[in-house]
Design a binder for this molecule. Sequence first.
Ligand SMILES: C[S@@+](CC[C@H](N)C(=O)[O-])C[C@H]1O[C@@H](n2cnc3c(N)ncnc32)[C@H](O)[C@@H]1O
Length: 704
Amino acid sequence: MEKLKSRITETLILSISQSNPNNLPNTCSSLLHFLNHLPLFHQMIEDLAHTNTSLCLKNDDSALEFKLKGNNCFSNGDNSNALNFYTQALRVAPRDVDVMGKNLVATLYVNRAAVLQKMGLYLESLRDCNRALAICRSYSKAWYRRGKANTSMGNYNDAVCDLKVSLCMEQSLSGKRQIEGELKLILGQNNREEFPPNGIKCKESDIYDQLQDIQLQCVETETKGRGMVSLTDIPQATLLHAEEPYAAIVSKNCRETHCHFCFNELPVDIVPCSSCSMALYCSQLCQIHARGQDQQFHTKNHDIGFDLSGDLENYVASVTEAIDDGVNIKQNAEHKHECGVNWPAALPAEIVLAGRAIVKSIEQNRHFNESSSIVNLELCHNYLQLDTEAKLELHISSVVLMKCLHHCYRSDIPLNGDTISQVRVGQTIYLAGSLYNHSCQPNIHTYFLSRTLYIRAIEFVAAGHPLELSYGPQVGQWSCNKRQSSLKEQYAFVFLDSSVANYEQQKINPFSCGLPLQVGRLKHDEVKRVASFLCEETGSTHEIKTGFCLSCGAFRDLEASNAVVKKAEICIRRLEGLLDSGECHNAALSNALRSLDLLKSALHPYNKKVAEAEDYIAQAFCLIGELQRSRDHCQASIKILEKLYGDDHIVIGNEMVKLASIQLCLGDHAVEETRNRISLIFSQHYGSQVDAVFPHLQFLKRSV
Ligand SMILES: C[S@@+](CC[C@H](N)C(=O)[O-])C[C@H]1O[C@@H](n2cnc3c(N)ncnc32)[C@H](O)[C@@H]1O
């Protein structure tokens, strides 16, 4: 990309730097025209868009090499390396290669199932067997391994069926004997307990929450562009919006750790894409959603090739059909068009995402037999804030992307400035969800379950009032400065009122009780006027003088206090650092306790820094097993936060979870009340989906 950039003429760079959303088609056209004359450009597209030059192609030689390494590790009892090698092998194994009469991918799944069984990961082992059986139903060893996994999980009836099927299919005498031995063992067990079927058939549709019928409207605001308002009153905790992404992509730094479809963390039994070595999924279902169903496996599936009794035949059908259960793909397979080529790895993630949005639009047009133009996502409202470098890179990446897509979708993607300038997607991919603006006093709250975006009202919102959320962490968790720079960087916010930022710079940080310190720099009279007005409004008779709190009348020598606070903060940070590395020394804890007293003497009683110090000290006491003191400090921290944020704020909910776990360990009956408050706060934010968002909270419910 850098090479291309260095070839672009000064004149073209100038016109790109002066471009705006309206004349993007012209600048894109000029760039395409210019690049089309460069052999380097054509070579680059060749490398990026052709599958024969792909770096993520499947390769049976590498797969066999990894398999061999996996086998060696397995025989030496090195399970964790065996697991890694089998997974590597699965990433590069072509789906249609047979080795010694068996499909290579199916064999690798069965081998990995054996390792997982050895590691005590029975459910994962069972899932790998299912994957092998989805490819080849008549795979005796896969049924045998499945039987072993089911036995380990206490699913004896299933285990017996698995082993019986395996026995019918097994050709070798020694194999048959082994299976018979296993069967005898299970059948001979007296009083065996049948456990309920394992949870693999649990579907996302089990998670249910009622979406309210609320009329929302997109309006043009004065300072924030478009925004959302409700046409009716919205009660607190109402679920007002749920949306699937129009297009989605996993971020580059999460490619090896998170599912490329649902974005959940990858389990140990990763499912690689069936056609390239790049995409990884948490389940076969996600893989199919992203890539589409593998026809080839399915035709093979119908032929078992063995005579089974009626019962066993039904059993085989029920097991192998369960794997397809729920695969009802409504959206297009978003990874299909980029599978096995280099450009998704070479281009920035947001450009690849733009490609997905464009392809979706083309597929939708094809489906409805329409020839309308590619969807315009209208997400370029911040284009003018980009600098020349960013505009240039965006132009080049967009031209490269469109040229690559043109390889797959020739006539559907006319290559001209108009279509190229459609590549102006930011990170946002929820068409309606992206219309909600930011406020530091949010009245709605967003969260995700897998890829679905949910929006819930966190307070009563009157009809006509803007619906706004807090971008980034909750209000209060960042200083005004930090939030502003993040909003500017990530969302190109333009702060019309620069006095807000100036105010933040002028005040001396630790004193958050209301008065700016360096009043000398502001007009003294103005400050006094505002203060008098406030006192009048609240009926306060407190002195209006530097250093006196307007809320409680307390006096502070501000300069001296500031010095004390700075010193105390150093000790608290030291404790924080120790806690981060899971340690706590008595000396550090004693220093932190002294510092807490200093902070309390110098700061307002409801200062957030005191709350933070209380929280770190609570964690430290917890770490050294002094739970009563831990609980007291945790409660002290919560008391301050309640004053700062209000009783029902999500920050209080999070702190209450910590308190509840300490109370549980102490056998403190107050845990019941804490749990009720947690339930209330979390249900206001997440409704009945709270268990799906925070599965660990169920443990708390069960334990109380
Ligand atoms: C997710 S979009 C919200 C919808 C957007 N207003 C529009 O017209 O498409 C985020 C963008 O809205 C604007 N925005 C949102 N909240 C804002 C606020 N509080 N102040 C200024 N701009 C805001 C910024 O341009 C930001 O990049």
